[in-house]
Design a protein. Sequence first.
Length: 95
Amino acid sequence: MDVSGQDEFIQEIAHNLERWGLTVPGIAFLEANKPFAFLGSQALLFLQPLLNGLVRPAVSEQYIRFLQDRDGIERLIQKLELGANQAAQEDEPCR
């Protein structure tokens, strides 16, 4: 997956977490589990034949590539933090 494709994927994940109101728990979960991202990608790779029965193969491959990239998790965290900061600034009352 090229960088622009991965950025679109990260944007989609961040948008869904924000829409569901899981920005802060998502950031906490990602920060806590960042060291295990590669292990998660290997687990998904192992389970890919089963996952392909539930989701399209392209989707499972996107998640595997995302988790294999060490910077992917950090970019998602930064995107979520940026969105949370913008939302907090919009919610501040005018003085």
